[in-house]
Design a protein around this ligand. Structure first.
Ligand SMILES: [Zn+2]
Length: 693
């Protein structure tokens, strides 16, 4: 999901798609972040490598050599190590809360009960299929397409996000995203996105590589197995029909790259428009089922997909749709059901798609479930305990320096019109930068949690979030609202709010360490901060003005220049080939690659400015500039499985870690710092280096 009209999105795509098995954040087996070492970690480098030939190994080679990938992880790296730390802390908080026997109905009691309901495997197994039987029965009772439309409407959830954490995947027929309106950013609008397939993206259904064909064959076996476990007969034939339907749905979907064009996505449809523009599905019944009968209009992200999917509701047999619904229900909730279902779900989504050999320990998955459904309740305590005011003040100072660097860069651009520069500066003035934790917290009082009902907790949790989002429609937008919890190791740009979030959990060593030299902090967290700020000004940022409304505030010639410069970057990344039959998609990853180049460039300026003309202290013989670039390269230390890397290349708007580190080749100061010469692998002539800002 990223591209020329690119998405402003989070720094890395942590929450993957499909089942809980996939939404587990990759976390490291090793003990959490090294805190004794301040600044760059020289022990992780392989100094026998030449920086100009193999920069990534030069920065991270020894770490890669001595690190073992645990069997339950698709990949590990700096992010996952911090993630482990965050999970451990959260688990300890949960334990503490459970021991304190919190009052019934309190937020803390929900944390304890939800966690305990996940940990009580015996109770979950004893229930077998009982928790979902009523839902399977009501699907079986559907007797015509009108009832089908109502039932499909009932499955609508707020489980997609087009611009913030960017998730274009929902297994439900469609997905709802509630955010400030494209045309009225002061009020929440209802966005509808394509959906209906279980595999992570449409491309999986058309993958003709050997690996891709094998995945599809295994998927067929898996669908059949899930149906058998759910008590169905003739499961092979049903699986075949379900997959054929998913294949047809996928053929109507837009690609991830196409999803990034805001102008194509800005389609306001009234309820009547659905009937004329996307006939087939009984839309009145659908919206009635979704509880949206009174919602006057929607923004339809992919009109052709809505037309295509709606027509399929009419043309495909009712029985096939009912099997599809039953399978999708079982697949989605399998991680919350008895072991045979949960294991089969993991075997496909965890092992086949990600290559992991075993599931993460149950307690870690329990923490993820708690974070998913009552994340703010945990975050309140987490922020208080782990994010001191001094850390917040220091991070704010860095942000101020990097914003100042951006201001100078914008003013110095020879190709940008004065009017465009003025609006860009206005965007920096109104930018809300959230550091550590939000100013307000989600109120979970309407969410019922029971200590002995895991499936019900998950079901009600998804519904609670859906109703919470629907209730906001038409109300004024809170521009200071966060989209990540403090315990999340990530960062995000929220274009419709013109806001950034840097959660407490990423503002820690090795990304950010108040005791480390400025060079390391600017190279590591500074370039991440710069990355998020730069999304404010990329092709997608250029479609949102300083108030977050969709407005083309760039002149056509500004945009033409920008597109030409970024095209060079897309071509640079297209050449990276992690597998003989699969190369990085320069178009799909363009927005993130732009943000990486711009982020490191602005952070380097901010770093130089922070020195006030003084020479930086050396560390282990490395100059300030060298430390800066090595710290940047060390952000991306990563070790992963081939299956996970393939999936990433196919669905992630971010390039694989190694190539993100290699973007230093676009920065002049890197060449001088490491004496990089023509003939070396990463060498680019000054003309070939991409300068965006
Ligand atoms: Zn990004």
């Amino acid at each position: 999901m990223t591209n020329l009209h690119s998405c402003l999105k989070c720094f890395l795509k942590a929450a993957l798609i499909g089942s809980l098995a996939l939404t587990l954040l990759p976390a490291a087996a090793q003990e959490a972040a090294q805190t004794e070492n301040h600044g760059i970690n020289v022990a992780n480098m392989d100094r026998s490598e030449t920086p100009g030939d193999n920069w990534y190994l030069y920065c991270n080679g020894d770490w890669i050599k001595r690190t073992e990938l645990p069997p339950d992880r698709p990949r590990i790296g700096v992010f996952s190590q911090l993630d482990d730390l965050s999970n451990k802390r959260t688990a300890a908080l949960i334990e503490e809360i459970a021991k304190s026997n919190p009052a019934a109905g309190s937020g803390q009691r929900k944390i304890a009960d939800l966690y305990n309901s996940y940990m009580d495997e015996a109770a979950i197994d004893a229930k077998g299929l009982t928790p979902i039987r009523p839902l399977l029965n009501s699907i079986a009772a559907i007797s015509n397409k009108k009832e089908l439309a109502f039932a499909l409407g009932q499955t609508l959830r707020a489980d997609v996000d087009a611009l913030n954490n960017t998730n274009f995947h929902t297994p439900h027929l469609f997905g709802l995203w509630v955010a400030g309106g494209f045309n009225d950013s002061d009020h929440y609008a209802a966005y509808l996105l394509q959906g209906g397939v279980q595999l992570p993206d449409r491309s999986f259904y058309f993958d003709t590589t050997e690996h891709g064909k094998e995945v599809l064959t295994k998927y067929q076996t898996h669908v059949s197995a899930m149906l058998k476990l759910a008590g169905f007969d003739n499961t092979d034939a049903r699986a075949e029909r379900i997959i054929a339907l998913e294949h047809d749905i996928a053929s109507k979907h837009l690609t991830l790259a196409e999803n990034d064009d805001i102008h194509n996505a800005n389609n306001t449809w009234t309820q009547a428009d659905f009937n004329s523009k996307a006939p087939g599905l009984d839309w009145a019944e659908y919206f009635r089922g979704a509880g949206l009968a009174k919602q006057a209009s929607f923004i339809v992200w992919q009109p052709t997909a809505f037309a295509g999917e709606s027509a399929l509701v009419q043309s495909a047999p009712l029985e096939t749709w009912k099997d599809w619904m039953a399978f999708h229900l079982v697949e989605e909730y399998a991680p919350f059901l008895a072991k045979p279902l949960a294991d089969e779900n993991y075997a496909f989504f965890g092992t086949v798609l990600q290559g992991t050999q075993q599931q993460r320990p149950r307690w870690q998955r329990g923490v993820i479930v708690v974070n998913r459904y009552v994340g703010d309740e945990v975050g309140k305590i987490y922020a208080q305990r782990y994010f001191p005011p001094e850390a917040k003040a220091e991070a704010q100072a860095m942000v101020a320096n990097i914003i100042a660097a951006f201001r100078k860069r914008i003013d110095a651009l020879p190709w940008m019109a004065a009017s465009t520069k003025a609006e860009a500066q206005a965007k920096l003035t109104t930018l809300y930068v959230g550091i550590g934790y939000p100013e307000t917290w989600i109120d979970y009082s309407g969410y019922e949690v029971k200590a002995d009902d895991l499936f019900g907790n998950a079901w009600r949790g998804n519904l609670f979030e859906y109703h919470r989002q629907v209730a906001r429609l038409g109300k004024p937008v809170d521009r200071h609202e966060w989209s990540m919890t403090p315990q999340t190791v990530n960062a995000v740009n929220l274009p419709l709010q013109n806001a950034l979030n840097f959660p407490a959990a990423i503002l820690q060593p090795p990304f950010f360490d108040p005791q480390a030299p400025a060079a390391a902090n600017y190279g590591a967290i500074g370039s991440i901060i710069g990355h998020e700020i730069s999304h404010t000004f990329d092709t997608e940022g250029s479609t949102f003005d300083s108030k977050g409304s969709v407005r083309d505030w760039w002149t056509p010639s500004d945009l033409a220049h920008f597109k030409a410069a970024t095209q060079k970057l897309a071509e640079q990344y297209d050449k990276y080939q992690p597998f003989p039959d699969l190369h990085v998609n320069g178009e799909q990853t363009l927005a993130e690659n732009i943000a990486d180049v711009a982020g490191i460039a602005a952070s380097h300026d901010g770093y130089v400015a922070s020195l006030n003309g003084k020479t930086a202290p050396t560390q282990d013989g490395f100059s300030g500039d060298q430390q800066f670039f090595i710290a940047f390269g060390q952000n991306y230390a990563s070790k992963g499985r081939d299956a996970a890397l393939r999936q990433q290349v196919m669905v992630d708007p971010h390039s694989p870690a190694q190539y993100r580190a290699d973007t230093v080749r676009n920065i002049d100061a890197w060449y001088a710092s490491f004496n990089v010469k023509p003939g070396q692998t990463l060498y680019l002539t000054p003309e070939e280096r991409v300068r965006i800002w």
